[in-house]
Design a protein around this ligand. Structure first.
Ligand SMILES: [Zn+2]
Length: 457
């Protein structure tokens, strides 16, 4: 295999002597993975053994005793989750009559201790509170304007401080007979459906933003659609798209974060791409499928790097300077120096070393006699060497200008059974298509989604 492949690559002669065009629009997609929490309900306020208020949660109470050198009083840490602010307030009210709640905000160049002092909290209380808070958040890098809620009792004695720890999660440090302790709350959340349809005007990304899609939603859309279409070439102004997606809403403050895309449809000039999100019942794995159960995650990605511009196509080409005709065995992509190069599919690295006019070179062997080649790299990603297994989308190297080149670019080839083929003409079987029982379950699932969609369409 090694010999066969090397031969076919060498037959390609020099990789790319054609002029490269770089630049163009840069689209930044930030992939964000989101963890979703479902909150659980506060069951009851229970009479404690010693301290004033301990809550029992139906998640089970995790409690730890922490001691601080400056204050030998043990501090009780209780972590759990409650349903709503209201139930929390009720529980607190059974212990302390709360007279004043006050929101305060961190000013520029102000420390937390100074903010607490400004609000009449005695220094020894403030020091303990900040020490406890610092176990959960970096108190030295709080943002200007960070909000804290302070609670005082009827005698103006400081009782507690609350701060947001992130989406739908809050921390409260509160006083009891023995000192201060921390309680973490998870707000209850609700999955919200959103429907967006529109016509692309300019770029897909900017159209999406104008229609209210978040960056996170657009990054996901880009990811799932990138297996289907070439964003540079195939999407045009006037194309129609539909997205049906979920966000998670914090029931307390109304804030929302992106959760998942349930359905996406893109109607191009000559074709329609329709994808449904589907979670396999057995494995739990989530993927996107066409209405017939074919996986959208094709065998090879169409573009093995992001923000790239196709600058030279596969085929016989006349050299722009030297005038002779030569075969260009792959595609050239222009992008900034150092742009990560991704493995186009799952496979095994067959070669990752300097290779004559190709410069720094990687070849990956995939299933079904397919190989992909990446040339002129600036360097290799950590751990990439002959014999290692790589996954589709994994960073394998970085765009460069090594070997015989006129400028930086990625030279990319696809070979089938040892022969270079046009990567854009690939029609390879998709992986993980649904069959049998799974397909039946999937059909029921899409009926359900279509039913939900019919409310909007
Ligand atoms: Zn080339």
């Amino acid at each position: 295999m090694e010999n066969l492949q090397s031969k076919s690559v060498l037959n390609a002669q020099t990789p790319c002597q054609y002029s490269m065009v770089y630049g163009g629009k840069i689209r930044k997609f930030i992939a964000i993975l989101l963890g979703i929490f479902l909150s659980l309900k506060l069951v009851e306020a229970k009479a404690p053994s010693q301290s004033a208020d301990i809550y029992k949660f139906n998640t089970g109470v995790l409690s730890k005793v922490l001691s601080f050198e400056s204050d030998q009083t043990p501090l009780m840490l209780v972590e759990g989750a409650i349903d709503t602010l209201k139930s929390q307030a009720t529980a607190v009210a059974t212990v302390n009559a709360v007279d004043l709640e006050k929101d305060v905000f961190l000013s520029k160049n102000q420390g937390l201790l100074s903010l607490l002092a400004e609000n009449m909290i005695v220094r020894e209380d403030a020091i303990i509170v900040v020490r406890i808070l610092s176990k959960y958040l970096d108190v030295n890098t709080l943002a200007v304007g960070e909000r804290f809620r302070l609670v005082f009792d009827g005698r103006s004695r400081f009782q507690s401080i609350r701060v947001s720890l992130g989406f739908a999660e809050r921390l409260e440090v509160k006083r009891d007979d023995q000192g201060f302790f921390a309680v973490k709350y998870k707000n209850s959340t609700t999955l919200q459906s959103h429907y967006v349809e529109g016509e692309i005007a300019g770029s897909f990304y900017n159209t999406g933003l104008r229609l209210g899609l978040s960056h996170a939603a657009l990054a996901k859309l880009n990811e799932i659609l990138s297996y289907e279409i070439d964003f540079q070439r195939e999407i045009l102004s006037g194309d129609q798209f539909t997205v049906f997606y979920n966000t998670v809403r914090d029931d307390i403050d109304g804030s929302e974060i992106f959760h998942s895309i349930k359905f996406a449809e893109l109607a191009l000039a000559n074709s329609i791409v329709t994808l449904y999100r589907y979670q396999d019942e057995k494995s739990g794995s989530v993927d996107y499928y066409h209405p017939d159960g074919k996986s959208s995650r094709s065998f090879l990605m169409k573009t093995p790097l992001e923000n790239a511009r196709l600058s030279s196509y596969y085929g016989r080409r006349k050299h722009p300077v030297l005038g002779y005709t030569r075969m260009h065995n792959g595609l050239d992509f222009g992008a900034p120096l150092g742009t990560p190069i991704l493995a186009a599919g799952d496979g095994i690295v067959e070669r990752a070393s300097y290779f004559g006019s190709f410069g720094n070179y990687i070849r990956i062997g995939h299933r079904s006699g397919i190989q992909t080649v990446y040339a002129h790299l600036k360097g290799y990603a950590k751990g990439i060497k002959s014999g290692v297994t790589v996954e589709q989308g994994q960073v394998i190297g970085f765009l460069g200008a090594t070997g015989r080149v006129q400028g930086r670019h990625l030279h990319y080839e696809v070979h089938k059974n040892g022969k270079a083929i046009d990567p854009l003409g690939l029609d390879l079987p998709a992986s993980n298509n649904l069959t049998g029982k799974a397909l039946e379950v999937f059909y029921k699932h899409i009926d359900h989604v279509n039913n939900d969609l019919s409310v909007y369409r």
